[in-house]
Ligand binder design. Sequence first.
Ligand SMILES: Nc1ncnc2c1ncn2[C@@H]1O[C@H](COP(=O)(O)OP(=O)(O)OP(=O)(O)O)[C@@H](O)[C@H]1O
Ligand SMILES: [Mg+2]
Length: 249
Amino acid sequence: MNAPHPQPIALQGAGLVKRFKTGRTHIEVLKSIDFDCRHGEMTMVMGPSGSGKSTLIAALSGLLRPDEGKVTALGEDLWSQRPGRIDKFRLDHCGFIFQGFNLFGALTALQQVTTILKYKGYSPAEARDRAAIALTEVGLGKRLEQRPAELSGGEKQRVAIARALAKDPRLLFADEPTSALDGENGQIVIKLLQRAAKEHGAAVICVTHDPRLEAYADRIIHIEDGRILDDRRTADVAAQAKQSALAGA
Ligand SMILES: Nc1ncnc2c1ncn2[C@@H]1O[C@H](COP(=O)(O)OP(=O)(O)OP(=O)(O)O)[C@@H](O)[C@H]1O
Ligand SMILES: [Mg+2]
């Protein structure tokens, strides 16, 4: 069988180490992690609570400086740049769906999304149209004028998702994007993330505990205690299963 043509690498971390100081002790949360992901692919990061998944995403996306190691994002050495440049890089190229949503309390669902788009350079009318489309895609077309306090947990999560997708980012970081969603809405969101990868060529890095997402991943990376334990392509898994079924037949 021919191996699929590999997509270009979008993001690469090499030897990433992160330590946190608590009291007098340092805990090493990332223990020399090497990581890469490609355009057009959904890379899923799984692992127990506290294993370092969110810390890894933060180091890869320019949010939290690692103590050691290097991140190459879209060909740029991310952490060698001035903080202002790193912020600009995030604004221009990265979409984020966080644990906890990070919505602005005073803004309506529509404003949450348009604000980011205006920063990115869209005119107010364009920003409004794109934002309304993105919110409608996540099933919130009738909630445009509601503020976070007037939205359910799952609706807040979907606003955060619409905000990230409306930018059409090259790098899309999602941290537990379906944790507050029921089956149906979880499915919608997974498909939107997949579309960002397959149709828009984004590199999607998705942290999750949700086994429903595995079927949509191109690659699954398991982290435990700050180390990568396992890194496999789902196509390999499918091919292996087929081969062992044939061998057993
Ligand atoms: N600012 C901080 N100061 C001290 N320790 C921290 C800090 N941030 C994270 N940690 C610790 O680092 C470890 C990894 O945290 P991280 O948030 O990356 O875990 P996670 O894999 O995302 O877990 P979860 O699945 O619960 O979200 C945890 O043990 C956490 O307590
Ligand atoms: Mg986390």
